[in-house]
Design a protein around this ligand. Structure first.
Ligand SMILES: [Zn+2]
Ligand SMILES: [Zn+2]
Length: 140
């Protein structure tokens, strides 16, 4: 456990962020819950365990993480802004039934002849559908 906490602390320091207790707790939540939470999700989960926490603190910590590049903003369905600890290029699949957002690997950059001569700086692949778990339930 101690080693894991050191890892969180070092990750913050390496990225030029002062490792306050609250930031470590928020980063820990993001590492363990890769569900693309909103600020509200994070706050609602942590508040009962840490009643000194304010929504502004969560919001500011997240903004700091985004600026340092350890968390990315995901705007999946133009509703609320969600946050993703996985910063390498990956796609998102949103289940229309349970609302879960899954990550999936993108092997290569999207390669289309229509984009020849363009420089891609970020790519956002988003797919909608019904996830495996929901399909299984439907078929039972
Ligand atoms: Zn589902
Ligand atoms: Zn993601």
């Amino acid at each position: 456990m101690r080693e894991y906490n050191d890892y969180l602390k070092e990750k913050l320091i390496e990225n030029g962020i002062k490792p306050t207790y609250q930031r470590i707790v928020i980063l820990d939540y993001l590492e363990k819950n890769q569900i693309h939470p909103t600020v509200d999700d994070i706050y609602n989960y942590l508040y009962p365990k840490m009643t000194t926490l304010s929504k502004t603190t969560v919001y500011n910590a997240i903004k700091t993480f985004v600026k340092a590049g350890i968390v990315s903003e995901v705007n999946i369905d133009n509703s609320e802004l969600r946050y993703d600890i996985m910063t390498k290029s990956h796609g998102h699949f949103k289940c229309n039934k349970c609302g879960k957002i899954y990550n999936f690997d993108i092997e290569n950059d999207i390669n289309s002849s229509d984009l020849e001569g363009f420089k891609i700086e970020s790519q956002n692949l988003f797919i909608n559908g019904i996830c495996k778990d929901c399909l299984r339930e439907e078929n039972e």
